[in-house]
Design a protein around this ligand. Structure first.
Ligand SMILES: Cc1cc2nc3c(=O)[nH]c(=O)nc-3n(C[C@H](O)[C@H](O)[C@H](O)COP(=O)(O)OP(=O)(O)OC[C@H]3O[C@@H](n4cnc5c(N)ncnc54)[C@H](O)[C@@H]3O)c2cc1C
Length: 414
């Protein structure tokens, strides 16, 4: 999503700059289009209403905590606007059913309530946020836990990425875009002397010369930027998802759900009689000796321990709505990129161990490390780096928009 979003924003920048130059962009994807986390996540597309507000405020100050919320609101409203203008809202299975956050313990409820109150006090308008008692949740959703309902959506991420790619490709005659799948970049090195371009990218299918590189490689960023390996960088972390059918049609309605241990939402029904298909992810705390499946990069296998937790989860949360012992229709894993503060690295490539790195890596940028929460952030982070690149190319200066958390920027992390 980051790479394609950046292509979209570069295309828009070229298209809207009538006097500007032409640009060629190439998306190099190691495997298939959208085969990383974007193609494997649950599809929640919900901006935080108040989440993590107190910890963000305590660590970075109120303005940054507000930006941390604003970037997600911005992403979701912009993407929706684009989909609407392109007539693609239904195409991507966009369901604005809201998100129900269930609290299984009193502590979870209290913490959420405090974040909500702190965010409201700082000025966040809580339109559409509704706190629900156990009885209300039981009546509406068939599970007996207190909850809060916030505005939210789900969609099919691969379809969204395809729409953005196609829009980028058709944006302007002066913007050319190519996609090369099965083309892993194995090395980024300075171009040979005399080359018109700064960087040479090595791939098994040949070299690419370019002046700007965006590392939109999320969990795998450390492969080309080795200092990002380890806890101060981006830690690959495996998530697992199943799809399973409820006992009845429309068993869960249209909302998406999250709890401390999982996230799930119903896929849109194809007929009025089919049992509702529900997509569920989470259960990572189950990995024996591998808390949260940290430092795991293999998304070709399933973790049976996590699978067991996922199979038992919905029948336990919704008594009578899911049959126990039902095998999932599908099950898969995907790799997320976690950072120590759960916020991404966005901006020019900076090696914290090398004071000259801004000069040394000039032209290289990164937007990665969304920590399992990229859907409402990738598009905007990609916009920030795309605009930095465009400003640099055209002799302009990038200024952070009001929705951009400054502490995400690589240049402020050092
Ligand atoms: C199971 C699961 C559930 C999730 N649930 C949610 C959720 O509910 N809500 C939410 O907001 N987020 C969720 N996420 C996280 C979300 O999917 C990611 O934050 C987001 O998709 C990141 O997008 P990206 O484009 O940066 O990374 P990716 O989609 O991972 O794309 C990076 C791409 O780079 C390619 N690549 C890497 N290295 C190279 C190289 N050297 N050369 C060429 N290509 C390379 C990879 O193959 C990959 O396709 C989940 C993720 C997973 C795996």
């Amino acid at each position: 999503m980051t790479g394609v979003s950046a292509a979209y924003h570069l295309a828009q920048a070229v298209a809207s700059d009538a006097a500007g130059a032409s640009m060629s962009a190439v998306v190099l994807e190691a495997r298939d289009f959208c085969s990383g986390a974007t193609g494997r996540n649950g599809g929640h597309f919900t901006p935080h209403a108040y989440g993590e507000f107190r910890s963000q405020e305590q660590t970075y100050g109120t303005d940054e905590a507000l930006r941390h919320i604003a970037i997600e609101q911005y992403t979701v409203s912009e993407v929706f606007k684009i989909l609407k203008e392109a007539g693609k809202v239904e195409h991507v299975d966009f369901v604005p059913g809201g998100r129900v956050i269930l609290f299984f313990t009193a502590q979870e409820y209290d913490e959420a309530r405090k974040d909500y109150e702190a965010a409201a006090q700082a000025g966040i308008v809580m339109n559409g946020v509704e706190w629900l008692s156990k009885a209300q949740v039981e009546e509406r959703y068939g599970t007996s836990h207190p909850a809060v309902l916030i505005p939210g959506n789900n969609l099919w991420p691969l379809k969204l990425a395809s729409v953005l790619y196609n829009l980028a490709e058709g944006a302007s005659d002066r913007f050319s875009l190519e996609l090369h799948t099965r083309t892993p970049v194995t090395r980024v090195a300075p171009s040979p002397v005399g080359s018109a371009r700064r960087w040479e990218l090595t791939t098994p299918r040949g070299a690419v010369a370019c002046s700007y590189v965006l590392h939109a490689t999320n969990a795998y960023a450390g492969h080309l930027l080795p200092w990002l390996h380890g806890p101060d960088g981006i830690v690959p972390t495996r998530g697992q998802v199943i799809t399973t059918r409820a006992a009845a049609p429309f068993a869960l309605g249209r909302a998406g759900f999250v709890s401390d241990t999982g996230y799930w939402f119903p896929r849109p029904n194809k007929t009025a009689t089919e049992r509702q298909l529900v997509l569920l992810g989470g259960g990572r705390k189950a990995g024996p000796g591998k808390e949260f499946e940290s430092n795991v990069v293999d998304d070709s296998v399933l973790n049976p321990e996590v699978g067991k937790v996922l199979r038992e989860f919905l029948p336990a949360v919704y008594p009578g709505k899911f049959e126990e012992g039902t095998e999932p229709e599908m099950e898969w894993t995907g790799i997320m990129g976690f950072t120590k503060n759960k916020d991404p690295f966005v901006g020019p490539v900076v090696d914290p161990n090398d004071p000259d790195s801004l000069v040394k890596y000039k032209g290289q940028y990164i937007a990665a490390g969304y920590s399992g929460h990229g859907m409402p952030r990738t598009f905007a982070c990609a916009e920030a780096v795309a605009k930095m690149i465009y400003a640099d190319m055209t002799g302009g200066k990038w200024a952070a928009p009001e929705w951009m958390p400054l502490h995400y920027l690589t240049t402020t992390k050092v």
